[in-house]
Design a protein around this ligand. Sequence first.
Ligand code: HGY
Ligand code: MN
Ligand code: MN
Length: 410
Amino acid sequence: MENLKIDGARLWDSLMEMAQIGATEKGGVNRLALTDLDRKSRDLFTRWCEAAGCTVTYDAIGNMFARRPGRDESLPPVMTGSHLDSQPTGGKFDGAYGVLAGLEVVRALNDADVETDAPVEVVVWTNEEGSRFAPSMVGSGAYAGVFDLEESLAIQDRDGNTLGGELQRIGYKGEGCGNRPATAYFEAHIEQGPILEDQKQTIGVVSGAQGQRWYEITLTGRESHAGPTPMAVRRDALVGAASIVTAVNRIGHDFQPGACATVGMIESSPNSRNVIPGEVFMTVDFRHPDDDRLAAMNDALRAAAEEAAAANTLELDFNQIWSCPATVFDADCVGAVRKGAEIGGYAHMDIVSGAGHDAVYMAKVAPTGMIFVPCEDGISHNEIENATSEDIAAGCQVLLHAILDRAGGH
Ligand code: HGY
Ligand code: MN
Ligand code: MN
């Protein structure tokens, strides 16, 4: 089995074809969860998997499962996959790589006429990005029982569309969700940071992922005329928000090493140049490998928000909408990834994921491991996101070995 090879050119071609769905002028993709473009990507994935002899099903939150039968259908499947939804200015590889690497493993097993003991399933998780429907990783979270299914289906986007309604509209709402054993879950992904490239390593043997917390903050002051309203009596929501943006950045630096702190969204209303902003909505994304430090960052943020509201006579609505603790992956799965890198002869190093992935939630219900490959300049969540075909193929080759290690192959 160690001589079994994936077809890197076929994988690259599939990635480039998938990247045409939602392609942007700068070479990225805009394929938001449960839009018509998401549906198109799901349809293409289904066609490819059925052509590879898989049976494709989907569950009540639209997670898709392309199943390649095993010698013993009673064994829990070895699952692999990622997501097809993207950021609004996302890249070609974030998510799609893990999905299509899983498909390439199936294609390579078919070419070599290899039968695995356990079935193999390639998975597309719904709404991993959390960009349109917050929070992140909702499909895998519902599957793992972390999120309530009905509450997840009721999540609304900023235009009031519900996740469940959009899922129904694109025709991918199935039955049931989760509560299914798996022998193992592996996810291949670009690192989305600079470490592997800096260290000149081809494979990241991912030992786990850092913790995350997401917040939504609304500040309410008083709209009034930018001309006659004296500075001393203003209740300017944007001035309060600016203090919080500065505080978020300061907290990120104060909690080094390890902390990441970002204000990604800010909406000021009425957003008119000669009206003092009456209301501001903003988001905060905190990350840290240590949950206790993340909790302390939370306290610092809440204090800063209360101080900013008081100083500008604003009402404060402060909500932590999501918390995901730091995760450690299964030692045997991490070992299978490391062994796969050794078989392939790839330079490799252990690494903790800075980003969240569906593997974080699958780790709650199955032995889980991840494989990282470098991305150019460590850039992701950006249309210029790029990776080399050699690294993309290497990660898929390691995925093949890891899956065979857990599924048994003959
Ligand atoms: O935000 C994340 O870490 C992931 O890209 N959804
Ligand atoms: Mn991703
Ligand atoms: Mn992403």
